[in-house]
Design a protein around this ligand. Structure first.
Ligand code: HEC
Ligand code: HEC
Ligand code: HEC
Ligand code: HEC
Length: 441
């Protein structure tokens, strides 16, 4: 689905053919017919590639983002990112952050601002990422130079200024004391007049990293034409991508997890007034994979396998007494239930991962095996071959004792188990009434 909005707003200064008087107006009149395409992303949250748990809903990933960019980008394109690209403070999270940034460097972004999530690995990590076109008008990071604004001069003659601010309150929880975040509004109001006088940009784009309501207020700032706002808290966040127009100004937001690309097309009409055309482009199965990004993803995947193999030694050392009886034991007394299970997709969940070369990715094993990262649970195919797949005990709980001395009274508890794995991100269509009959036993 494409959300589209077109707005034509003519400036009121053009009374009875009088030429605009201000120097700004004269400059703007020369813009008639010029075009700019702003492509905006953000809130990617480490999502290098969608998991593929729901084929129809599958969207996003660097492979599709790059091929979209290769076809959508023109000489008049400004590519910006709103931050919150990183996610969890784990080694795998850090690896994803490195690869995501690497992909963005190859995509040649014009400006990237920072969200509080992007500080999760500290300043040194950010500095070592390479020549990312960071921009922030109110964040100071020890050891990194963050330009307060960036200017892009197009061959068409168009000159665009990009500023960025973040909400200081979002950063309070940051454990990193080498970060200073000033007041957002105050910082823009301080920088903008001088910037306009010095650079005389035709368009001022403000990237804001904050809650929607706060970002919207920045539209009021004199001199700002476009506000693009980003921020995500959890991967289940619903983000309102509807643009807001106020006079000649516009406010837009990228969606979650890199699933869609924001496109804001600006054309200058007679007298310098702007016409906005905004849409969100789904990075779904119709968008092909870019081969360079596919190779980069494979490289990441191989590193995840290395991390997984390296973690095995410790897991083996810490291996505890068994707590799961395994499905083979349940089979001995519950043959009909076992038959239904073996025929269901729960009974093949590990093979599903093998088919997509993901059977050593902890982020997938957690829902596609039995007890991964739990005491007595799945470690690897070699260590715990009996704990592959979503077994009986993922829903009925560890039942070693029950299988030795059977007693009932716990079947009803299994109804609560579904929601641990059938979360919106991985199973958006889940509905107990419709799903249970498919695995009934
Ligand atoms: C939070 C739990 C969870 C995690 C984490 C998870 N999955 Fe899934 N996966 C599911 C569920 C639930 C389904 C079934 C969804 C449905 O049909 O509603 C599924 C289905 C799938 C399917 C089958 C799609 C189809 O239609 O045939 C694939 C492939 C898959 N997952 C791959 C992965 C990969 C790869 C990862 C790691 C990157 C992963 N999953 C992580 C829960 C998870
Ligand atoms: C430990 C995680 C986990 C739990 C708990 C879980 N599921 Fe699943 N479920 C999965 C995974 C993973 C798949 C996809 C397996 C595959 O195709 O590889 C799946 C697939 C399914 C499917 C097949 C979907 C389809 O499109 O045909 C149904 C139905 C289903 N689950 C129902 C349930 C119900 C009902 C519950 C709770 C009683 C439940 N699941 C609990 C992980 C889980
Ligand atoms: C995806 C979750 C899930 C898996 C996997 C699962 N079950 Fe169940 N099981 C349930 C639910 C939910 C119920 C029904 C609970 C209710 O309605 O009270 C149930 C009911 C049962 C019952 C009671 C049936 C009755 O007539 O009262 C038995 C026995 C049982 N399961 C055994 C098994 C065995 C054995 C396996 C593995 C071979 C298994 N289950 C796998 C979720 C699961
Ligand atoms: C040695 C035989 C035996 C084994 C092995 C066994 N069960 Fe049972 N199971 C029973 C018997 C007998 C009952 C009925 C107990 C009762 O109603 O008091 C039962 C009942 C159940 C019930 C229904 C509980 C209820 O609330 O009525 C579930 C669910 C269940 N078993 C799951 C499992 C699972 C999962 C495994 C494997 C981990 C397993 N059983 C292994 C014999 C066994």
């Amino acid at each position: 689905m494409i959300q589209r909005i077109s707005i034509l707003l003519l400036t009121m200064v053009l009374l009875a053919g009088c030429p605009p008087k201000s120097s700004n107006g004269v400059r703007n009149a020369l813009l008639e017919g010029k075009e700019l395409l702003i492509i905006y992303t953000g809130n990617t949250f480490g999502e290098l590639k969608p998991c593929g748990c729901d084929k129809e809903e599958e969207q996003g990933g660097i492979e599709r983002r790059m091929s979209y960019l290769k076809s959508a980008r023109t000489a008049n394109t400004l590519l910006v990112d709103l931050g919150d690209n990183f996610k969890e403070a784990t080694r795998q999270g850090k690896l994803k952050a490195e690869y995501l940034t690497d992909s963005m460097l190859r995509m040649q972004y014009d400006a990237v601002t920072l969200g509080e999530k992007d500080l999760v690995y500290g300043n040194k990590f950010l500095r070592d990422l390479g020549p990312v076109p960071w921009v922030s008008s109110n964040i100071a990071l020890e050891g990194i130079s963050l330009p307060p604004y960036r200017i892009k001069q197009f061959a068409s003659g168009l000159k665009v200024a990009v500023l960025a601010v973040a909400d200081a309150d979002l950063f309070y929880a940051s454990p990193d004391s080498n970060v200073k975040v000033g007041d957002a509004l105050h910082s823009v109001e301080k920088i903008l007049p001088d910037l306009i006088a010095l650079e005389q940009p035709h368009l001022v784009v403000l990237l804001s990293h904050m809650h929607r309501e706060q970002g919207l207020q920045l539209l009021e700032v004199a001199g700002v034409d476009v506000v693009i706002n980003g921020h995500i808290e959890t991967d289940a966040d619903q983000i309102d991508m509807t643009p807001v127009v106020k006079g000649q100004k516009i406010f837009v937001q990228p969606g979650p997890l890199g699933q869609k690309m924001g496109e804001l097309r600006i054309t200058w009409a007679a007298g310098g007034s702007k016409v906005y055309d905004q849409k969100m482009v789904r990075l779904d199965a119709k968008v092909p994979f870019d081969p360079e990004m596919a190779r980069l993803y494979e490289e990441y995947n191989a590193k995840v396998e290395d991390l997984f193999l390296a973690s095995l030694a410790e897991k083996r050392r810490k291996k505890t007494a068994p707590v799961y009886a395994t499905e083979k034991t349940c089979l001995t007394c519950h043959a009909p239930a076992h038959q239904a299970w073996a025929a269901s997709r729960h009974g093949h969940a590990y093979a599903t991962l093998q088919k997509v070369n993901k059977s050593y990715d902890p982020e997938c094993l957690i829902c596609h095996t039995t007890g991964f990262n739990q005491p007595g649970g799945f470690i690897s195919e070699i260590d715990t071959p009996g704990l592959k797949n979503v077994q009986c005990e993922m829903c009925h709980g560890p039942r070693l004792q029950h299988s030795q001395a059977p007693r009932g009274g716990f079947a009803h508890l299994a109804v609560q188990a579904c929601q641990r794995c059938h979360v919106p991100k991985h199973s958006p269509k889940f509905n107990y009434g419709r799903y249970w009959p498919r695995i009934q036993h």
